[in-house]
Write a protein that binds this ligand. Structure first.
Ligand SMILES: N[C@@H](CCC(=O)N[C@@H](CS)C(=O)NCC(=O)O)C(=O)O
Length: 225
């Protein structure tokens, strides 16, 4: 059986968890936070999530984990059969990570510490998000799923990327980023009502108080205790 290591407040953790639940695969969860010795021993970059495969291999990087799961457990597929269509799904995932997730993440330290985001950072983040809006508007179909008639890995990936865009990008910039991509808000809303997304969200909420305590301790330590 696979083990998923990490914590439920992490959207990267949650997207892998959603994939495992969608594919009806048995797995255990092992609660590990960033910085723990146990995580550093199994994650080369010290990042969450990590999976331990049934064979005992440890893997990190969420998109790599997603591909591994799909290749190892192809039943209930999350990628199209056609190579070109598969590439489009991966293109959407890559663009979501580079131009939606990563710029929004730059605003997390300001949100957590309650300090104002410098204008230069705001401008930079806005510029990258604008690229994401343009790219995703061209690629996403929302008919009804992101890449067409079949729900794919891109739906799960983009949905959890959008939790970060909403929580940090949109709130810190006072800009409804998702509303800029035609069809995205309606699709995102539909995704949030799925049974799996609701379970993942309930687990996230249950983990938030402990996670925020860890964040507070880190901020205190960084400010000299
Ligand atoms: N590229 C990585 C990013 C994972 C990531 O940033 N995880 C966060 C939690 S949401 C983390 O482990 N942060 C701890 C740190 O940066 O030290 C992936 O796709 O898995």
């Amino acid at each position: 059986m696979m083990t998923l290591h990490g914590f439920a407040a992490s959207n990267y953790y949650n997207l892998v968890k959603h994939v495992l639940l969608y594919k009806e695969l048995p797995f255990k969860e092992n609660l590990l936070y960033a910085g723990s010795e146990e995580l550093l021993a199994i994650s080369p970059a010290g990042k969450v999530p990590v999976i331990t495969t049934a064979e005992g291999l440890e893997l990190s990087e969420s998109s790599v984990i997603c591909d591994f799961i799909e290749e190892t457990y192809p039943a209930i597929p999350l990628y199209p059969e056609n190579a070109g269509e598969r590439a489009v799904v991966r293109q959407i995932m890559k663009m979501a990570e580079l131009y939606f997730e990563l710029p929004s993440r730059r605003l997390i330290p300001y949100a957590f510490s309650g300090t104002a985001v410098p204008d230069a950072i705001k401008a930079e983040v806005r510029q990258v998000l604008t690229r994401g809006i343009t790219g995703l508007s061209r690629l996403c179909q929302f008919s009804p799923w992101v890449a067409g008639e079949q729900l794919t890995m891109a739906d799960i990936y983009l949905y959890y990327v959008n939790t970060i865009v909403n929580a940090f990008g949109s709130s810190q910039l006072e800009w409804d980023v998702l509303a800029e991509v035609p069809g995205m808000k309606e699709w995102n809303n539909a995704m949030s009502h799925s049974v799996i997304a609701q379970k993942v969200e309930a687990d996230r909420q249950a983990n938030m108080p402990e996670f925020m305590q860890k964040v507070a301790a880190q901020i205190k330590a960084a400010n000299g205790g």
